[in-house]
Design a protein around this ligand. Structure first.
Ligand code: IMP
Length: 336
């Protein structure tokens, strides 16, 4: 049995989609369960030459034998998920928990009308925060109240436990990033829920003892969209010169950027109980690493960058992303 939890280590946009899709294809889990806050700003997954931007469906959908589930802790926008099921042709293997809270138009309107969220926090205004607030007040609708979702309703915790009992692999996919956590992040410049690995477990209904591995994903540099502190922030010009300029997948907003932050990385490892680290976009910082598949073929400065992270943070870097394609990756896990 292996139950792997995957979470973002900085402020979201670490490239979780790519790492999850690699692990899904390689480890062949029977279930990929989406945990996290709700629809995110868009996980990008490239598969068979097509680029998918997913906000709710597990990014591991590329492994077509896995059941794709959404845990009860996740807020769901029915319109978004129904579109994504259609787009990825995953009707027959998709399920969401009866108890997922439902994001309604009024939640999106409420967030759009909030000056605090728009101007101070820099919210994505996807309605998740307002939906979570309604859930706390116990007035939110649940998935079981929405007829269009009825073909997909499942007891996700039961399905995950059954798979683990049978000795099958399960991947739990978190969203956003550690420092957007409502509890451990840079409040009030945070999202509306905890985003750490423990929260991901609660979202799908497993306890910490069920987890085999926690993979925390860091990009080779730090980016942040919206407001809030960003240590070492570069000017837009400097960001562009380094080739680190990025725009939000769904929102189109320009991301702020800073060099890799070891203090944040150490803290993220503690907060998540990480057993492994994945580094994405190494090729953006070290262009000679583009599309490399072996650690040994990296340049000396790129190798030293990875070794330094392991030294400073104390956890092995087992996965390294070296380009946008699904197989642009170095997998250093034992047996990989
Ligand atoms: P909200 O959760 O949409 O209200 O956004 C709160 C903060 O989290 C803002 O700074 C957003 O930019 C950030 N945020 C929310 N979702 C994402 C995401 O998927 N990627 C990156 N940042 C996000």
């Amino acid at each position: 049995m292996a139950c792997t939890v995957i979470v973002g280590g900085f402020f979201g946009d670490e490239g979780k989609g790519k790492i999850v899709s690699h692990l899904a294809l390689k480890d062949k889990p029977s279930i990929i369960a989406r945990a996290g806050v709700g629809p995110n700003a868009g996980h990008t997954v490239e598969y068979h030459g097509k680029r998918y931007s997913l906000r709710l469906l597990p990014s591991g959908f590329v492994y077509d034998k896995a059941r794709l589930l959404i845990g009860s802790g996740v807020a769901v926008n029915p319109k978004v998920i129904l579109q994504e099921i259609e787009l990825t042709e995953s009707k027959s293997r998709f399920g969401l928990d009866y108890q997922c809270a439902i994001i309604e138009q009024k939640h999106i309107d409420q967030e759009s009308q909030s000056e605090h969220l728009s101007k101070t926090v820099g919210s994505t205004k996807s309605g998740v925060g307002a939906c979570n607030a309604a859930r706390v007040m116990r007035t939110a609708k649940l998935a079981r109240d929405v007829p269009e979702l009825s073909p997909y309703l499942r007891e996700v915790d039961v399905e995950v436990h059954t798979a683990l009992e049978k000795g099958e692999n399960v991947i739990i996919e978190g969203t956003q990033g550690t420092f957007l956590s409502l509890y451990h992040g840079t409040y009030p410049y945070s999202t509306s829920k905890d985003t750490t690995a423990s929260a991901a477990c609660a979202d799908v209904g497993i306890g910490p003892t069920a987890v085999t591995d926690v993979v925390v994903i860091f990009k080779a540099y730090v980016t942040r969209v919206g407001s809030g502190p960003l240590v070492g922030e570069l000017s837009s010009e400097e960001t562009r010169e380094r080739g680190w300029q990025e725009f939000g997948t769904v929102t189109g907003r320009e991301r702020r950027a800073a060099p890799f932050n070891f203090d944040l990385a150490r803290r993220a490892v503690h907060l998540n109980g990480a057993t492994q680290i994945a580094i994405t976009k190494l090729d953006v910082v070290f262009p000679a690493s583009k599309a490399k598949k072996e650690f040994g073929s990296l340049s000396e400065p790129a190798k030293e960058f990875i070794a330094n992270i392991e030294r400073e943070v104390g956890v092995p870097v087992t996965l390294v992303g070296t380009g946008p394609a699904a197989d642009d990756i170095i997998d250093r896990r034992i047996g990989a």
